[in-house]
Every structure is written in C-alpha cells, then in structure tokens.
Design a protein around this ligand. Structure first.
Ligand code: ZN
Ligand code: ZN
Ligand code: ZN
Length: 412
C-alpha cells in the first residue's frame, strides 16, 4: 500500500495479503493501520503497467454479465519482488491509498484538525512503514510533537456514499455560523461508550455530545448526503439520503461484491492450455515469424513453451483464435458441476485435476458419487462494493463502482 505524502511520491504505509484485497480491503474500503486510517483508492489511480493480465474467459464473461460488455480485461494486484532497500523501485509499487477520515485528533490537546488545515505533519519512515503517522508540531500541551489519531466517526448513506463526519456543523448544533471554528473533543461519562464524547468549539463556546448523532435524535442534526465517494476523489453526485453517523472500524463500512470461478481445463490438450494461460502475450501475435522472434527475446515465454515447436505453437494460437478452446460463458456453475462430478477425463491443466472415485464402503448406496480433486484453482474478481447493508448478491443498485469511469474492469 502506498499513500500520498507531503513530499513527492507515494509513501509505503503497510502491507496486505492478496486475498484481503478482494475480501476485506478492496477498493473503497478503510484500512486501520497502527497510526493511520486509509482508504483504498479507485482503479483510476492504480498503475496497470504493474498489473499482470489474467486470462480466465469464464470469469471475464461472468464479470461482463454483471457490469457490462465494456470490461476489457481482468488484472492481478500490482506486485514487484521486494529488496532490503526501501528506496528501490519495488517500494513505489502497490495498492494506492489516501488518508480517510480526513479529520484527526491530537492525542495531547484533543483538538480536531482536518488534514488539509496544515496544522498536522506527516512523519514517514521508509524502513518502518507501520510507524508512519501524523503529529501536531505546534501543540501547546506537549513539548515533543504528539501523535494525532483518526477521528472516531465518519458518515455515510445507503447509496454507498461515505464522507467525513460533519464535525463543525455538529458542534454548532446544525448551524455553521462560527467564523473561525476551533474544535476539541473530550470523553465524558465513564461508560466507555464510543458516543460518550463532547465536541466543543473553543472559538465560540458551542458544544454538542456525540450521542445526539445516533438514534432518533440524529434526524434533526445530520445533514443531507453530499454524494461523495472518497475512493474516487472529491467529486460528488446527487443524493437524496440523510447522512448517518458511522463508527470508524465498524464492519458495515464496506461489503465486497465479487464473483468467482474454478479454472477449468480449456481443451486442446496441454498445448491448448499453455496458449490459453499465456494469451495476453500471444493474442496480438501477427504471424509465425514474429512468434519465433519474440520467443528468442522473451525468456519467460520461451521457458513456458520449452520443447514446443513454434509451428505447433502457431497452430494452437490459430486454433484459439478460431474459438476451438473457448468455453461457454453464460452458465458459471454448470460446467463446474460437470467437471467436479465427472473429473478431468484426461484433459490436462495445471489448475484442475480431479477424478471420480468409489464412495467409502460405509456410504456406498447413500452417495451418488465422490470426486477426488488433486488440484483446484479459484479465481475471484472484485466487481464493486456496498456500505451500511450488504445488499442482495449481484444487485447493481447496491454496488458502488471501482473507478470514475462508469464501468470498471474487474481485478483479481
Ligand atoms: Zn495538540
Ligand atoms: Zn464556533
Ligand atoms: Zn448518499
């Protein structure tokens, strides 16, 4: 992950596993780092030159069924092998994130500042990304600049919009007339509830408790939604919903919407499968001469096809172009059911190998069949996400898009 720092270039702030980038920390989700809260940026900000193309026709078809035919390709997460030197190229490759919420609280003076106010300073550490944090350099309550932590609340609506909590308006009880608001938050009561918080304006003396931002009382306090999608920047869209207060770190801030397929053998034998798996490199090959030339220069491609004669390779490429190895796409689960019940039947694939076996003696007569799967690969594409409620699977109204363009490509 990398975030825009105060100096040129992105700063590494943490690490996530590939499966997390689909299931927990996908585009539009918030990641709670040791000292920062960040949001995963929209696909517009991703560097596709660092993202390998994944050939999985059945998955691409399934994604297109959900999002539209304009989806061009599926891409893997950006990745580059790391070295011990954090100033090397790999450290600038990653999933783009930005600070969210954009309000932070100084842990010494308890004042609230928007990041854009300039009152806070980003301390980066190239060798220890987890120590990246904001501090309050001019704090009158501490000699060394104390750390600032993310504000505890954000706001959003059921259309999937997310925004900063309206701190200024809320402290002034819905009327933002204060010319120079200076906000401070303090815990009140001993119940330890998140909402036992008093926010007051040090400039005019106005104050309000956070309990008012939740439950029936919130109706009179919370403003209308501005239609913001922070993962897409500051642009807004019309929205008729009222903002709801949300607790930072709550599980209802992001629900993924994804689709998965099993990588089934594509037919055409092992060569057909190899051509399919390397289709991104072979698709645009204009002729056999270019293929031979490319094999002489591209070591990875040559290694993948070691021992295969270019003539046979070219025949397999033409066969795929002619649709000989294409799989029917409309039905995702049908072909998987057939493959799982009948096994690979001699079709070679590095991603799928299964064989029907006899049911254990105790279950003979009770089970219609048992398949032993030696190898399975599941490929998952993130299609979008929703907030506040998970929504029905595949319901396009509940799905927030992953990039500014109306139609996102899926990613692995
Ligand atoms: Zn301070
Ligand atoms: Zn005020
Ligand atoms: Zn909204």
């Amino acid at each position: 992950m990398s975030a825009k720092g105060t100096y040129d270039g992105p700063v590494r702030v943490g690490t996530i596993r590939p499966s997390q980038a689909i299931h927990s920390y996908g585009v539009g989700s918030l990641i709670d780092l040791p000292n920062l809260s960040v949001m995963v940026g929209g696909l517009d900000r991703w560097d596709t030159t660092r993202q390998e193309v994944i050939t999985e026709d059945r998955l691409l078809d399934a994604v297109r069924t959900r999002l539209g035919s304009q989806v061009e390709v599926l891409r893997a997460l950006p990745a580059e092998p790391s070295t011990p030197n954090p100033y090397d190229d790999w450290a600038r490759v990653g999933v783009p994130v930005s600070i969210f919420p954009r309000w932070l609280r100084c842990t010494a003076c308890n004042r609230l500042f928007p990041v854009a106010s300039g009152a806070l300073k980003l301390d980066t550490n190239m060798y220890r990304p987890d120590r990246t944090r904001y501090t309050h350099p001019n704090c009158d309550k501490a000699r060394k600049p104390p750390p600032a932590v993310p504000a505890r609340f954000v706001a959003g609506c059921t259309n999937g919009h997310l925004d900063d909590f309206p701190w200024v308006r809320f402290a002034h009880d819905g009327v933002a007339t204060c010319p120079n608001p200076v906000l401070q938050v303090n815990d009140i009561g001993s119940g330890g509830r998140a909402t036992d918080l008093l926010v007051k304006c040090l400039s005019c003396g106005a104050k309000s408790t956070l309990a008012k931002a939740f439950g029936p009382a919130a109706k009179g306090v919370m403003p209308q939604c501005r239609g913001r999608h922070p993962h897409l920047g500051l642009a807004s869209e019309p929205c008729g919903e009222q903002l709801r207060s949300l607790v930072l770190g709550a599980s209802n801030l992001w629900f993924n919407s994804s689709v998965s397929v099993l990588s089934l053998p594509v037919g055409g034998g092992s060569l057909g499968q190899l051509v399919y798996d390397n289709w991104d490199a072979l698709e645009g090959m204009p002729g056999k001469d270019t293929l031979v030339y490319t094999l002489g220069r591209d070591r990875l491609l040559a290694a993948a096809f070691a021992g295969v004669h270019p003539d046979d390779m070219w025949d397999a490429i033409e066969a795929r172009r002619a649709g000989a190895t294409a799989l029917p796409g409309a039905d995702v689960h049908g072909p998987e059911w057939v493959a799982l019940t009948s096994g690979s039947q001699g079709q070679t694939s590095p991603h799928f190998e299964a064989e029907p076996i006899d049911a254990p003696a105790d279950f003979a007569g009770k089970l219609a069949g048992v398949t032993l799967a030696h190898r399975l690969r599941v490929v998952t594409a993130l299609c979008g996400f929703s907030r506040i409620s998970a929504g029905e699977p595949g319901d396009p109204r509940a799905t927030v898009r992953l990039e500014t363009k109306a139609h996102p490509p899926g990613c692995r």
